[in-house]
Design a protein. Structure first.
Length: 276
């Protein structure tokens, strides 16, 4: 098994969907190939980061009662339709002994009805909460996932260049906004290039900087009209995130460099961005 075949089958291997022989072949390849083994480790780390960082909300106490009530209403309507059908057939056959409708309904239909009602109730209860400031926690998980994915797939850049006058025009042509790009090579944060990404339900610019052997993903997209300047820092799964906004843009920097290095990067970048 070569690296290309192992990469294509890695998701199925992680999900336990492959047959034993193929799984053994992948395991042997991972033992022999250090590059694929590193990709596997990064994939596992990404999976754990998403599962641990995703927001979890406990359903309200009255949820069970509301589901049961909705099911009773649905079953009652079904029972009434069955009774009407029986009345229409009285002229041709004796009235059959009435049975409770649940016994005539397949359990998979009941399970489907319960699942639909449960999903509707959960969405109606949780959607307002997801739109509150806590949604930044979910966005942070997305940012880390994108950062890890760019390293794991060896896709840091769409336009590899240390020249800001090459990276910026390329991004400007692909996006409907002009993201600022600055040169920080003199301060120890050389520009590596840029790429397109998709976060928070819209396309964003990703600027890639380097600090010694570490990479910094700086995600940039327009700020909402009337947004106030904010600053925020957090740490998730060993990654540091720094968030700030100005009158024009949202900025999220993600990296495994030290928190002090990331704060220094943020200050240097801010200092070279013209403010309107």
């Amino acid at each position: 098994m070569n690296c290309e075949e192992a990469t294509k089958l890695l998701d199925g291997y992680l999900d336990g969907e492959l047959d034993p022989i193929t799984s053994q072949q992948i395991e042997q390849h991972l033992r022999d190939c250090r590059t694929c083994e590193q990709g596997y480790d990064a994939h596992v780390a990404l999976t754990h980061a998403i599962s641990r960082g995703a927001p979890y909300y406990k359903a309200p106490a009255e949820l069970r009662q509301r589901v049961h009530s909705s099911l009773r209403d649905a079953l009652g309507a079904k029972d009434m339709r069955n009774a009407a059908t029986e009345n229409q057939l009285l002229v041709t056959r004796p009235r059959a002994e009435r049975r409770f409708v649940v016994s005539e309904m397949p359990w998979n239909w009941l399970a489907l009805a319960a699942a639909i009602i449960l999903a509707a109730i959960i969405v109606s209860n949780l959607l307002p909460r997801l739109q509150q400031p806590g949604s930044d926690q979910f966005l942070a998980t997305q940012l880390i996932a994108s950062h890890v994915r760019s390293l794991m797939a060896n896709h840091l850049t769409d336009v590899p260049s240390s020249d800001q006058h090459t990276v910026k025009p390329w991004l400007d042509a692909k996006l409907d906004f002009a993201a600022p790009v600055v040169d920080l090579s003199g301060e120890g944060f050389p520009l590596i290039g840029g790429r397109l990404d998709y976060l928070d339900n819209h396309p964003v610019a990703a600027l890639i900087y380097q600090r010694r052997k570490h990479f910094i993903n700086l995600f940039v997209w327009p700020a909402r009209p009337g947004a106030t300047e904010t600053k925020e820092t957090m740490t998730r799964q060993g990654y540091h995130l720094v968030h700030w906004t100005d009158s024009d843009f949202n900025y999220w920097a993600v990296s495994d460099v030290s928190d002090s290095d990331l704060q220094t990067f943020k200050q240097l970048f801010e200092g070279q961005v013209p403010h309107h």
